[in-house]
Write a protein that binds this ligand. Structure first.
Ligand SMILES: NC(=O)C1=CN([C@@H]2O[C@H](COP(=O)(O)OP(=O)(O)OC[C@H]3O[C@@H](n4cnc5c(N)ncnc54)[C@H](O)[C@@H]3O)[C@@H](O)[C@H]2O)C=CC1
Length: 369
């Protein structure tokens, strides 16, 4: 891809848009993120294809990419444009090094890439996207909100613990991953707990501007976090990261007698533990569930004046960072462990768990980026 991968990606996009100008409208105004992902994909393909094995993973990766791109309105004919644009740009980048052998190797790799993506998009069983209408919104704290929606069409399908590609009407063609806080259900109800991340345009808009009646669009579902009912589990949630674990617990409550689950639910301040009421009720009716609440600070700050005191729920409370408190609490070496929350919290918690002897294979979390 030459010395400047970003320029390579920009040129490939420019070639595609020149061949078919209407293609430009399908993509977000700001392309830098997409260019980075594009370079990563081409790099990944060229590296993996040269390796002697691991090709089935590469095929699945490309197939998922093809299914994901349907949400932009990418259709089969666009893959031929992409192939032509890629080959022209590779030829340009290689210059005098563009021999017959190089053309053959790169051509095979790009045919595989575009072919697998196109084939997977054409044969995908689930719709490219579906919609749901906001029916309720309320604030939890000054920068966190709960949004409830109902699907406008057929019941959405996703496994508890998965996350959904989501587009809100205020940011067309911009997609963010959100984890539902309830399992999919026949009424098409959805619930999200959203934190306005500093600098996060979409999450900030959701918390401040979303209104009842807004229609959100959802595309692919992702994520592999799951709970095996036969194995004891340790769940560690930070703030609104509780959402996917909450969904799994609600789903789990349908099993007759699952193995014990210990949930550590953390926040910075007691008044931010907005789900303790729901969790204490879940623990009361499901004896397999134990909940420990954890806060970094014992008291609320001045800007949380009306927060309810979480001690009223009678659950055990500890102080410190949720991951560190959970790890120090006991021996978890026989547990399946699920972590969800801010990326640094997931990263540090996984490190502490490994240092405490938990098998890295037993630890699950969503991707950190
Ligand atoms: N699937 C997932 O993992 C999901 C992740 N999230 C993410 O979770 C986050 C939730 O944000 P908030 O509610 O503001 O939580 P928060 O920032 O208030 O943190 C909650 C907990 O994480 C701990 N923590 C924070 N930074 C840490 C660090 N550097 N090292 C160790 N522990 C740390 C805190 O001590 C606290 O216990 C958002 O960034 C959101 O994107 C949200 C939904 C799903």
């Amino acid at each position: 891809m030459g010395a400047d991968p970003d320029r390579f990606a920009a040129n490939v996009f420019a070639r595609m848009f020149a061949m078919k100008p209407t293609l430009r409208e399908l993509f977000p105004a700001e392309l830098s993120g997409l260019r980075r992902s594009f370079v990563d994909v081409v790099d990944h393909v060229l590296t993996s294809i040269a390796a002697p094995d691991g090709h089935s993973e590469l095929i699945e990766f490309l197939a998922q990419l093809g299914r994901d791109h349907r949400k932009y309105g990418v259709v089969s004919e666009h893959y031929w444009l992409m192939y032509d644009a890629l080959m022209s740009e590779f030829q340009q980048a290689f210059g005098s090094g563009w021999t017959d052998d190089v053309e053959e190797t790169v051509g095979q790799a790009m045919l595989l890439t575009t072919g697998v993506m196109r084939g997977a998009a054409e044969s995908a069983a689930e719709p490219a996207h579906w919609e749901a209408r906001v029916v309720q919104k309320f604030s939890i704290t000054r920068d966190r909100a709960v949004i409830r929606l109902i699907a406008t069409g057929p019941t959405p399908v996703y496994a508890a613990g998965q996350y959904l590609e989501t587009q809100i009407p205020q940011w067309p063609r911009t997609w963010r991953n959100l984890s539902p806080a309830i399992p999919s259900n026949e009424n098409g109800e959805l619930e999200f707990h959203v934190r306005a991340i500093p600098g996060g345009r979409v999450s900030r808009t959701i918390v401040s501007d979303t209104q009842v009646g807004d229609v959100w669009t959802f595309a692919q579902r992702h994520g592999t976090m799951h709970l095996d009912p036969a194995k004891p589990a340790l769940l560690i949630a930070g703030g609104t990261g509780l959402a996917p674990l909450r969904s799994l617990l609600i789903d789990f409550a349908q099993y007759a007698q699952p193995a014990p689950v210990h949930l550590f639910y953390g926040a910075q301040y007691p008044g931010e533990l907005y789900e303790l009421g729901v969790l204490s009720q879940l623990a009361r009716t499901n004896p397999w569930l134990t909940v420990t609440a954890v806060t970094e600070h014992p008291d609320d700050p001045w800007w949380l004046p009306d927060a309810t005191d979480p001690r009223q729920w009678g659950l055990e409370m500890k102080y410190g960072r949720v991951g560190e408190v959970a790890v120090a609490y006991g021996d978890w070496s026989d547990r399946q462990v699920l972590i969800a929350g801010p990326a640094p919290m997931i990263f540090h918690t996984a490190l502490h768990l490994r240092a405490a002897g938990v098998d890295p294979e037993a630890i699950q979390h969503d991707p950190l980026n």
